[in-house]
Design a protein around this ligand. Structure first.
Ligand code: HEM
Length: 321
């Protein structure tokens, strides 16, 4: 059966998605139950560092991409959290995250957060919510990995052992976001020069150690270019299939500077652990698009509510607030 004619920038939620999102959210609550406690995220619980930086919108953003935050060249304070997807041991294969919170003053004394949540692989391993739900059910039922993988060709490359520290890694949004009338994916590329050599690249905490070594001991700052990849073909770069690599040329829209700093202090790290980075913390101009992002709206909210005691996993999705 033929699907809808695809249009650039337009979402096309598949039939039955609401039920799949509800089932996914319930399953996440069930999984989350085994790791309760304040500040423990349902995913990406291990925090290497929470650091501050400055995000600057470039003056030469092409006219077609001058929307929302990228419309005007100016600088914003930013909070950045580096994390592992699942493992506590940095020498094991995993996903590594860089979550960026750009603090945007709204002109009336308040601040809106524009979060950009990124990971170290260009595509997600599941196409859509139904595909992801099928995977999670199989893992909960302990189906052997070799039986799962044939249905998830993007999975083997999705996790890996890191060979560079967090400041020398490239990160992608994997999913699409609105920009003007169109859609884009984000990519953040290190642009600050070579990373200093790291003493012990194999230890369980070497990613945090490499951040301390660079930013605090050697006092060398870091820099990333933030680029967008515009959706230039609605069929070849679909919004509703997060496993497809978008091939459009990245266009730089901003730069993130992380200055040398002392960050490895329990109080500062606990503030970052208690915050929430969520693609739905957003200006409307940068609204998340596609099924995987639609599911994240509910799951991230639940995870935040659980870890702050606004909701109990045992009671199912029963908000206490
Ligand atoms: C439906 C698919 C997804 C689900 C169910 C999911 C689930 C979650 C959950 C529950 C959290 C913890 C939120 C919190 O407690 O504040 C989280 C965090 C995170 N996720 Fe996802 N995620 C999904 C897709 C993605 C994708 C596509 C990316 C790729 C960029 C991603 C990257 C991250 C990162 C980097 C964090 C850590 C954010 C932080 O530092 O606070 N996730 N995810």
């Amino acid at each position: 059966m033929e699907g809808p004619t695809l249009v650039i920038g337009r979402e096309d939620p598949p039939e039955g998605e609401d039920a799949a999102i509800a089932a996914l959210a319930a399953l996440h609550l069930q999984i989350h139950q085994v790791q309760p406690g304040p500040s423990v995220r349902g995913e990406h619980p291990k925090q290497h560092a929470g650091v501050w930086g400055t995000f600057t919108v470039e003056p030469d953003v092409p006219q077609a991409l001058r929307a929302g935050l990228f419309a005007t060249p100016r600088s914003y304070a930013a909070l950045i959290r580096f994390s592992n997807g699942r493992t506590a041991d940095d020498s094991q294969p995993d996903v590594r995250g860089m979550a960026l919170k750009i603090l945007v003053p709204d002109g009336s004394g308040s601040i809106t957060a524009q979060d950009i949540v990124l990971a170290d692989h260009p595509v997600f391993f599941a196409r859509d919510v139904a595909h992801l739900l099928h995977f999670l059910r199989a893992t909960v039922e302990r189906v052997p990995f070799v039986q799962i993988v044939p249905n998830y060709p993007a999975l083997p490359a999705f996790t890996r052992v890191p060979t560079t520290g967090p400041l020398a890694t490239t990160y992608w949004s994997q999913t699409a976001y609105k920009l003007g009338p169109g859609a884009v994916k984000y990519v953040a590329t290190p642009s600050g020069g070579p990373e200093p050599p790291i003493a012990s690249p194999a230890g369980a905490d070497w990613l945090r150690e490499s951040l301390v070594e660079q930013l605090s001991v050697r006092q060398i700052g870091a820099r990333f270019d933030l680029a967008v990849q515009p959706q230039t073909d609605a069929a070849l770069m679909p919004i509703e299939d997060a496993t497809v690599l978008w091939t459009s040329t990245p266009v730089r829209v901003g730069s993130l500077v992380i200055p040398a700093q002392q960050f490895d202090d329990p109080d500062q790290q606990s503030v970052f652990a208690n915050l929430s980075w969520n693609p739905w913390n957003t200006l409307d101009d940068h609204r998340p698009l596609g099924g995987i992002n639609r599911a994240r709206q509910r799951v991230y909210r639940d995870s935040f509510a659980l870890r702050h005691g606004f909701m109990t996993a045992a009671a199912g999705a029963s908000p206490l607030m």
